[in-house]
Write a protein that binds this ligand. Structure first.
Ligand code: GDP
Ligand code: GDP
Length: 438
């Protein structure tokens, strides 16, 4: 269950990280695997009275764009706000409101999240009240004078803050589907992203030396939200250091890990390469749902056999295409691009699907009746007592048997095929755990 999130927003040097440390106190653990939490921000657990939450520093926000990096930071701040229950906007009480504060305030007023205004660096209580009063003009309600360094005023701020923090059991489950777009350079990942996003172009900015691995973009279709995790958004400067074939497999691996559903984008003209196979291997290892997106389909000369032949080649080179859906698209013309999202929805549902124990045991009984478990040389036969689904994402079924080692790979594959045939699970890998039970 994810904790509610409080995003700390503000210009550089106003004291955001000092405040984060103050709120998180001694608890310095960095939380990574909370659902809905992305990895490139640091989340610190914090609490006040009976409310627990995670506090996240969004990085210094600047609006007067004089470097290319700024839109990216803004995008990240937006990503943090999307998952936040409340935001604290930190300003510097010693300098008074600046035009940059006004810009941020205006932007914050458009965000659908409650915002508290913390006027930092107010060490003296009397002075603080006067300093804070200047910030009424930002139009964000009452300014709270605080000193992040010494802790003055933070109690009042937190009393107000927790009005917006749900108790843990009230945290709404986000229905957002996280979709990673991975593939070799030039297969059309950015073009695909742009096709999804339409006019709201993805921020594609060739900055060198950036430490960010991916930029998240949000889209919505028919009330369903998608977080697109794009690995192409940020690249190394062309021609320097790396050839055009530079390919950060690590970046792709990280994106896969964060995703519910992975779009493995393949260039129709090049077919499946070794790099595609590596990505496919990782998708299976991590148990992510997957859709094979064959892009640039417009550039292929087609006759009535083309798709069929292509699917055969995919099957030979990507052994998992028996469960992953495959779709042939053109990011350039937009052909079938929206259809990808339908497959994403279906795969996400299958990835999370639970099957009752009685259904699983019906399948097992039937399977064993057709094809009994192997008998070892010593003459003892493998016996399956029962099976049950122990978890989802990916669906994982534990099989309790007399001795797991009696079940060879052939038989295990047979049982897996039976589950696939009877239960579907299209678009998601499934896992079988063979457990000896004496
Ligand atoms: P960030 O860039 O917004 O994360 O700001 P930092 O937390 O790194 O703080 C920037 C500077 O402001 C540092 O030199 C801090 O010591 C100082 N600072 C932070 N909080 C306070 C405060 O409450 N009072 C005073 N006087 N200085 C502070
Ligand atoms: P990325 O490196 O994977 O992000 O690939 P890009 O989106 O930058 O695309 C690489 C090149 O392929 C660009 O020249 C695109 O115009 C071209 N491209 C992308 N999608 C398609 C498509 O569907 N059809 C054709 N013919 N070209 C495409």
């Amino acid at each position: 269950m994810g904790l509610p999130i409080v995003a700390i927003i503000g210009r550089p040097n106003v004291g955001k990280s000092t405040l984060v440390n103050r709120l998180a106190g001694e608890q310095t653990a960095i939380v990574h695997d909370e659902p809905g939490v992305t990895r490139d921000r640091t989340y610190m657990p914090a609490y006040w009275n009976d409310r627990e939450y995670l506090v996240v520093d969004t990085g210094g926000l600047v609006f007067n764009d004089d470097t290319e990096f700024l839109p990216l930071i803004r995008q990240q701040a937006l990503a943090a706000l999307r998952e936040a229950s409340a935001a604290i906007f930190v300003v510097n009480g010693q300098t008074g409101p600046s035009p940059a504060d006004e810009e941020i305030a205006e932007w914050l007023r458009q965000q659908p999240v409650p915002v508290l205004l913390a006027v930092n660096k107010c060490e003296s209580p009397e002075q603080g009240i006067i300093q804070a009063a200047e910030f009424w003009e930002l139009g964000l309600g009452e300014p709270y004078p605080i000193s992040a360094i010494h802790g003055n005023g933070t109690g009042d701020l937190l009393d107000e803050l927790i009005k917006y923090i749900p108790t843990v059991t009230e945290v709404p489950q986000t229905n957002e589907i996280k979709v990673a777009i991975v593939g070799r350079p030039n297969v059309g990942k950015s073009s695909l992203l742009n096709a999804f996003v339409g006019e709201e172009r993805a921020i594609v900015s060739p900055i060198s030396g950036t430490t960010r691995d991916a930029i998240d973009t949000f889209i919505e279709r028919d009330g369903q939200q998608y977080r697109l995790i794009d690995t192409a958004g940020i690249r190394k400067k062309k021609n320097i250091d790396y050839g055009t074939e530079f390919f950060s497999i690590n970046r792709a691996f990280k994106a896969i890990r964060r995703a519910d559903v992975v779009l493995l984008v393949i260039d129709a003209l090049d077919g499946v390469t070794e790099q595609d196979q590596k990505l496919a291997g990782r998708i299976i290892e991590d148990g992510r749902a997957c859709i094979v997106v064959v892009n640039k389909w417009d550039a292929i000369e087609k006759d009535s056999h083309t798709i069929y032949d292509y699917e055969k080649t995919l099957q030979e080179r990507l052994h998992f295409t028996d469960w992953a859906s495959t779709i042939f698209v053109s990011a350039l013309t937009g052909q079938r691009v929206e259809k990808i999202l339908e497959l994403v929805n279906q795969s996400a549902v299958e990835h999370k699907r639970r099957v009752s124990t009685s259904v699983i045991n019906d399948v097992l009984e039937e399977a064993v009746r057709w094809h009994s478990p192997p008998t070892s040389r010593g003459g003892r036969q493998g016996k399956i007592y029962y099976g049950t689904q122990v978890t989802t994402q990916p669906p994982t079924i534990a099989l309790f048997v007399n001795e797991a080692k009696r079940f060879n790979d052939n038989y295990r594959r047979y049982i897996e095929r039976q589950f696939r045939q009877q239960l579907g699970f299209k678009g998601t890998p499934i896992r079988l755990l063979w457990r000896s039970k004496k």
